[in-house]
Write a protein that binds this ligand. Structure first.
Ligand code: ZN
Length: 415
């Protein structure tokens, strides 16, 4: 019986597990052509034009001399002109088949699988339906695919005079851990009103949470499946290279602003966010500004402080998590330089102190690991939000009219 069970387990692993792995270079090339997204590695020679590389493809990580990158079909063809020998790798979203959840009652969801698109959208609107006094769903827009970019707006009934804080995730559609963390955070804030940590946030912060800002990437293979998710959006564009750049100016990637980028820049202009973070995956590290210049931010010490706080609180739960780099933190450009990133746009133009949180080494972890990521990150997520409560905050009013003063020029967007 024991051996039979063992055999069945192996069989199950073969059937459910690595069904996508071990394709030949030729098969991968065919697959990536169809997906319009190449995922590959190459070695730096020591004599490299890093700017030319970064402007041609989307570098995902650099480990010593080995660079891992993404490219759409055109970018990949252009990159091959530079003469590097590339090795195609199995896309992160096709490593392992993950479980999906297709329920319509959030209370039945155990946060250990990925919602189908319908379940995700329903869950977002159910938050507001169940808690209309504390939560509204802002739809930035509906994409041609029919998928929406949704932001949950939370407070205790009024956001007036409170610092606006923004959490977002999954601008890279195949980096899914932060998406579930953010969904679970909304649920936790709404369902645990007696918790002191919840009260601090709900009573004092005007909070915005966008769990998935690239649904076309996440559901590239269809609304019922996140296996096959892409980093890029439906147009084959890396949206974390698509923003106006304080150093690189408008259109640093040579592409028009994507619909999602336009919506988000408008949203950032209309809301005076003071702090925020954007969740990614593929590494475990706090990445602080700037991403596109080695010049340190004027508040570098503060960025390091809050980055360390996040990583240190994670270490208290699991010392193996976020334990690389400088004890779990890195300056963006010193890690590797990128142009057109959301972080630099938010800091440089939108006056929002945004960080990039790389929250899992595996971009699309098995669903059964998701509760663990929540347990490790939960205290850090709260401490990070609370950072926007330090210092001075409130409403500045006109002495003669008593009306609030608009404190910034909102014409920050490049065309
Ligand atoms: Zn990313």
């Amino acid at each position: 019986m024991k051996s039979l069970r063992y055999f069945m387990l192996i069989l199950a692993a073969v059937v459910c597990g690595n069904i996508f792995a071990q394709k030949s270079q030729q098969e991968l090339n065919q697959l990536m052509q169809e997906r319009n997204e190449y995922y590959f590695t190459f070695n730096l020679s020591g004599n490299d034009d890093l700017n030319a590389i970064a402007q041609t493809i989307s570098v995902d990580r650099v480990d010593g001399k080995v660079v891992t990158a993404y490219a759409n079909s055109k970018e990949f063809a252009d990159f091959q002109q530079l003469g590097y020998e590339t090795t195609l790798q199995t896309p992160p979203s096709l490593m392992e088949k993950v479980a999906m959840w297709d329920g319509s009652n959030r209370a039945e969801y155990d946060w250990d699988s990925y919602p189908t698109y319908t379940a995700y959208e329903e869950m977002m609107f159910q938050f507001a339906t169940d808690h209309p006094d504390k939560c509204e769903i802002i739809t930035l827009g509906t994409l041609p695919s029919g998928r929406k970019i949704m932001i949950a707006h939370l407070n205790n009934g009024s956001g007036e005079g409170k610092p606006k804080f923004l959490y977002t995730s999954t601008i890279h559609g195949d980096e899914t851990t932060g998406w579930i963390l953010m969904l679970r955070l909304i649920d936790y804030l709404l369902e645990n009103p007696d918790e002191p940590e919840v009260q601090t946030v709900m009573n004092n912060i005007d909070l915005y949470i966008g769990p998935n800002t690239n649904p076309d990437g996440t559901y590239h293979a269809g609304n019922n499946n996140v296996n096959g998710a892409t980093r890029y959006n439906a147009n084959g564009v890396d949206m974390n290279r698509n923003y106006a750049d304080p150093n690189g100016g408008p259109h640093p990637d040579g592409n028009p602003y994507q619909t999602e980028t336009e919506w988000f820049m408008q949203f950032a202009e209309e809301n005076a966010f003071v702090m925020g973070a954007n969740y990614h995956g593929g590494a475990e590290v706090m990445n602080y500004p700037w991403d596109n210049t080695y010049t340190l931010h004027a508040d570098d010490t503060w960025y390091q402080l809050i980055s360390h706080e996040y990583a240190d609180l994670c270490h208290q739960v699991n010392s193996n998590y976020m334990n690389g780099y400088n004890n779990g933190i890195t300056n963006g450009a010193q890690w590797y330089m990128i142009g057109g990133g959301r972080q630099d746009y938010m800091n440089g133009y939108a006056q929002c102190r945004e960080l990039t949180i790389e929250c899992s080494n595996t971009k699309l972890p098995n669903g059964n690991q998701l509760p663990n990521f929540w347990n490790i990150n939960k205290n850090s997520i709260f401490a990070f939000m609370n950072q926007c409560l330090y210092g001075i905050h409130g409403t500045v009013t006109d002495a003669s009219t008593g009306e609030p003063i608009e404190f910034r020029d909102t014409t920050i967007r490049f065309q």
